[in-house]
Ligand binder design. Sequence first.
Ligand SMILES: NC(=O)C1=CN([C@@H]2O[C@H](COP(=O)(O)OP(=O)(O)OC[C@H]3O[C@@H](n4cnc5c(N)ncnc54)[C@H](O)[C@@H]3O)[C@@H](O)[C@H]2O)C=CC1
Ligand SMILES: O=C(O)CCC(=O)C(=O)O
Length: 433
Amino acid sequence: MEKHKAEADIATHDQNPYKIVKQLLSESVKQLGLDESIYHILKKPMRVMEVSIPIRKEDGSVENYTGYRSQHLDVLGPCKGGIRFHPSVTLDEVKALSIWMSLKSAIIELPLGGGKGGVIVNPEDLNQRELEELSRSYIRKITPVIGPEKDIPAPDMNTTPEIMAWMIDEYDKLRGYNIPGLITGKPIIIGGSEGRLDATGRGVVIHIREAANALNIDLSRATAALQGFGNVGSATAKFLHESGVKVVAVTDVSGGIYKEDGLNIPALLEFIGEGNVIADFKECESISNEEMFALPVDILIPAALENQITSETAPSIKAKIVAEAANGPTTPEGNKILEEKGTFIIPDILCNAGGVTVSYFEWVQNTMNYYWKEDRVNKELEEKMIAAFKRVYEMKENKGCEMRQAAYMVGIRHLVLALQARGWIQNGDLSKL
Ligand SMILES: NC(=O)C1=CN([C@@H]2O[C@H](COP(=O)(O)OP(=O)(O)OC[C@H]3O[C@@H](n4cnc5c(N)ncnc54)[C@H](O)[C@@H]3O)[C@@H](O)[C@H]2O)C=CC1
Ligand SMILES: O=C(O)CCC(=O)C(=O)O
């Protein structure tokens, strides 16, 4: 076991998500009164794979892309987590995302570990054939480390059910038979789950509702602004609108739109569903991310990238609730500023856990080869989200800390109990847990 101090190991974190998550792990291990060795166990993924993915482009040239798969810890069950296609993917980002997956599953008490994958690529630079080749080739390269009992990928930024279908098809070809439990977030016709597409956004809005109840905020009079209108952002907007919340601003990579008396969310969903971008939606004012963060709304939802709420953007934020639908949207400096203002933060590892929860249901259905109706999926999702919110909120109240520390402590507590049961921690004093 390494003996050096956690503080020295972390050094300055700037905006590196791996350093940020290590800092949070270290603080939470200390706050739980656990031995520092627990931090040293949790800080490192158990396995990381880097692959090269040469693709023949349409013009005959070959481009060699880099991909990763990080498996953090499988003491609770097989690793699980999405695959991201994005030009800013780094190994440290994928490692951090895999640690967040472990914590997320532990908070929800799913029998799953944490995994995450990524390829450094801008999918907009590829045509459909090249994208399919990249997806199939990536899965071929990581085949030795994945499987329904080892590590189960799923969608994340810029990856879709169609991409999941290519990936599982490639894996099935290599293995020689149909293995639906390999990947979740698949199209329903080949074993996907009802409700998975909307699950992350549905979960985000359940947590917003629980937070609003705790803060005595009437959602039918509340306003919201959203960064990101992809899988997570669009579903979040839909359920917010259905809950009576007035969504006044939305941004995506093309730009942003604002309407003081509320955007027409059903029309916007239809418009985006037809392949358009936010910036082209008519009869609204244009707005930048920075302007949107500063709006006098009740709820602010980052649902795109990491490191959006920073020392620069946080001071202008007026929202009472920040619901982190994205992974890692707030830097430690941004977080400190929000906490000082008394903003209620629903941390990513709790807020966006609806996705992996329904992915878990999909994997269960694949294993049983028996498929649930959407009502059952949504009901069981709701139960798990409410129970997880309660666990984190109670930890916050008991320890007198903020929601983020509470979520880390709930996740770490669950992981530590599994480590102890497996004999990794011999004589640990876990009585305070
Ligand atoms: N898909 C899922 O089930 C889950 C996703 N997440 C997280 O949610 C976040 C979003 O993921 P998805 O919706 O799946 O990705 P997506 O690829 O479907 O959508 C991403 C959205 O972010 C927008 N975006 C990109 N750069 C932007 C910028 N600079 N400013 C404003 N908007 C920008 C894109 O235009 C797009 O609307 C990520 O952090 C992801 O890790 C978390 C849990 C589950
Ligand atoms: O659905 C899954 O298995 C994972 C979703 C994911 O990547 C995430 O929660 O960040």
